[in-house]
Design a protein. Structure first.
Lengths: 419, 273
């Protein structure tokens, strides 16, 4: 189930806490129908990915498994909230999850990391086999491909990352820039920290109550400034974040013009990130000064989100290609037993005929001669099978039908069924 | 080797580079290296063509109008490639490539064949003076393009527009710095171009400053760029205003190059007695 199929209460009622996942995997592998399994449980989804022998029984078993989990918590009925995918559809679903197409915020990057974590837990618990190993690694690869080939994650959708993107379009580097944070609002705090993570070293903090500025500055390794003094320090600031929470214009256009003259027109970026305006909107009309308020930032974020869903269409195409490729790999697994059966069949004939001859016409042969004969016939079989087997082992080509035809032909021609 | 054939191949490659720039930068918006590589291939052929001319004639291909255009486009591509290595400014290529394509094509339209060189031009002054002057022009041509990109980015920021292209363009700070660097390099080159020209005139005509229209127009452009440079260094002239002025300065240079000869006959061009 995910954020679309089930409301949060229902999701929570079956969610697996981190320490509990191993346990759940253990219980899952207790069902004889489940051969391999990975449990994925985040705040937006609870999913069980399993490789099973018989889909019908496995589905029932898994429902029972989830119901048991639910029974321990609350009384929500899971029916109607669950979805089940099989075969190629299941592969596609996992790829979409990994590529963050199934996320609440499409393109958000956390899901891939979470997926890797849950895969690791399952691997350590020993519930991952050949199939899921390949499937998950493939899904990580697909996620990476989607990320690099589409713009799905390249656009910021949170207010502070939009502001950061804008700052990057104004400033070349942040390590020689100074930030002034006015006010103690949560968004301003967040914004200043994000800038620090991106290289800003120098930070001034001011607040109407100086003590508050001091504590804030201490926490963020900045320097506190008296509120009355901040206009004097303004000329040192390249980025000014306003977040006081009170509706008062602290910096007007004339002040900015004056400050810009003092700093020889070096660009300034004003981020009015609080709910109430602290900066005069006319600042944006001044050359070399750029002003974005919270609504501007939200608009850009909204636009980017829209753009992300356009990119998602490209991503869906990539995923379809990859699902097909994975399908080819799975069908190539069918060949392994065929190859083994083919070898076994030939060897059986060889041994049978050899034994018959050695006890018949050739019974006078010395033990060296017998050995030589054995080696010769074995080599003969190997040589004869070399071309067909290496053909079968080849990476599956695009022409799937041809491959299937060969397999069917071999099975029929050499009577390999039931081997 | 046939110079015309080489130039035709060059123009073709430049055209392909333009198409590739348009496709990769504007349509697909990726940071592909392909367009720059195609442009580089064209540049190699272009270099070959100019070298062949130099070896055959003994002087650089700068005496005819069309030759001057090809030579300038060669310098512009060379400078672009240098900037591209240092700044990865693929968007600049999207402006440079179509311009040099047109320039190499225009050269064919004006193809008058290189006649016999007047004796006054058969000196070492010619390559030195012309190369310096043209190099200065090429630097300002690129400054023009960089300013254009600056204005694009600036406008996007002011109008609160976001696009993948704008995100890929360098920051205002980087563009402004590059613009300044180009001015710092272009101005001395232009100064040397004018000085060598003036000295040459002094040696051959006995008069350093003849109020030749070319001298006057270069003098105006030189003054303009000088004031701009001075403003940038001392008065904090930067950003949008500096970009607009840089573009305006180049328009003066370009305007004279295109129409000056016809409006104000000068000793540059054909009438060199």
């Amino acid at each position: 189930m995910n954020h679309r199929s089930a409301p949060i209460e229902v999701r929570e009622s079956v969610a697996f806490e981190n320490g509990y996942v191993r346990d759940a995997l253990g219980r899952l592998s207790g069902y004889p129908s489940v051969q391999e399994s990975v449990v994925l449980s985040t705040c937006n989804r609870v999913e069980v990915v399993a490789a099973v022998a018989d889909v019908q029984t496995a589905c029932q078993d898994m429902k029972v498994f989830l119901d048991e989990q639910r029974a321990e918590r609350g009384a929500f009925i899971l029916d109607g909230h669950l979805y089940t995918y099989r075969g190629a559809e299941a592969v596609r679903h996992l790829f979409r999850v990994a590529a963050s197409l199934d996320s609440m915020v499409v393109g958000e990057p956390q899901i891939l990391g979470q997926l890797k974590e849950f895969y690791d837990v399952a691997r350590q618990a020993g519930t991952v086999g050949t199939l899921l190993h390949r499937l998950f690694h493939r899904s990580f690869f697909v996620a990476k491909r989607v990320r690099t080939e589409t713009g799905i994650a390249s656009r910021a959708v949170s207010v502070s990352s939009v502001a950061l993107d804008l700052a990057k379009r104004i400033f070349d580097s942040f390590d020689n820039k100074t930030v002034m944070l006015i006010g103690a609002g949560k968004m301003g705090d967040l914004m200043a920290r994000q800038l620090q993570r991106n290289g800003v070293k120098s930070l001034m903090v001011t607040n109407r109550t100086f003590e508050r500025a001091v504590t804030l500055a201490e926490r963020m390794h900045g320097s506190p400034i008296l509120f009355e003094d901040f206009p004097r320090y303004l000329k040192m600031a390249d980025l000014v974040i306003g977040c006081t929470g009170s509706p008062e214009i602290l910096i007007d256009a004339e002040a900015v013009e004056r400050v810009l003259r003092e700093r020889k027109q070096q660009a300034m970026f004003f981020i009015d990130i609080g709910d109430r305006r602290n900066f005069d909107s006319a600042i944006n009309d001044i050359d070399n000064a750029y002003l974005y308020n919270i609504d501007d930032l939200k608009d850009v974020a909204e636009e980017n989100l829209q753009e992300r869903s356009n990119e998602a269409e490209k991503a869906e195409e990539i995923i379809l290609q990859e699902v097909e490729r994975f399908g080819r790999w799975v069908s190539s697994l069918d060949r392994v037993p065929t190859i083994a059966a083919l070898r076994a069949r030939f060897d059986e004939i060889r041994r049978l005929e050899l034994a018959r001859s050695l006890s018949g016409n050739l019974k006078d042969l010395s033990s060296e001669q017998r050995q030589a004969l054995d080696a010769m016939t074995a080599a003969m079989i190997n040589k004869m099978l070399h071309v067909p087997i290496s053909h079968l082992k080849k990476e599956p080509s695009d022409d799937d039908d041809e491959e299937t035809l060969y397999l069917a032909a071999l099975t029929k021609l050499f009577g390999l069924e039931g081997k | 080797m046939d110079i015309n054939l080489l130039l035709k191949a060059t123009a073709t490659l430049y055209f392909l580079a333009t198409a590739s720039f348009v496709f990769h930068v504007l349509v697909r918006n990726t940071a592909s290296r392909l367009p720059t590589m195609v442009l580089l291939a064209g540049f190699v052929l272009h270099t070959a063509a100019l070298s062949v001319h130099f070896l055959q004639e003994g002087y650089p291909a700068v005496t005819q109008f069309y030759e001057a255009i090809t030579f300038k486009s060669w310098l512009i591509v060379a400078l672009y490639l240098v900037i591209q290595i240092k700044y990865r400014l693929t968007v600049l290529g999207a402006i440079v490539a179509p311009v040099v394509t047109l320039m190499t094509l225009a050269a064919f339209a004006f193809d008058a064949g290189s006649g016999e060189l007047p004796p006054g031009l058969k000196t070492y002054w010619l390559p030195v003076h012309v190369t310096l002057a043209f190099l200065g022009n090429a630097v300002f041509a690129l400054a023009f393009a960089v300013s254009l990109i600056y204005l694009l980015q600036e406008r996007g920021l002011k109008h609160k527009k976001m696009s993948a292209l704008l995100k890929r363009i360098p920051s205002l700070e980087a563009l402004d710095r590059l613009n300044y660097m180009l001015l710092v390099w272009g101005f001395p080159l232009m100064t040397l171009g004018i000085l060598t020209g003036s000295l040459w005139a002094g040696v051959y005509w006995g008069d350093y400053w003849t109020w030749d229209p070319r001298q006057i127009s270069s003098g105006i452009a030189w003054l303009f760029y000088g004031v701009l440079l001075h403003g940038r260094i001392t008065a904090g002239l930067r950003g949008k205003k500096a970009a607009i002025l840089t573009m305006f300065g180049f328009c003066v240079v370009l305007g004279y190059f295109l129409w000056g000869e016809t409006l104000f006959p000068s000793r540059h061009g054909g009438r060199f007695e």
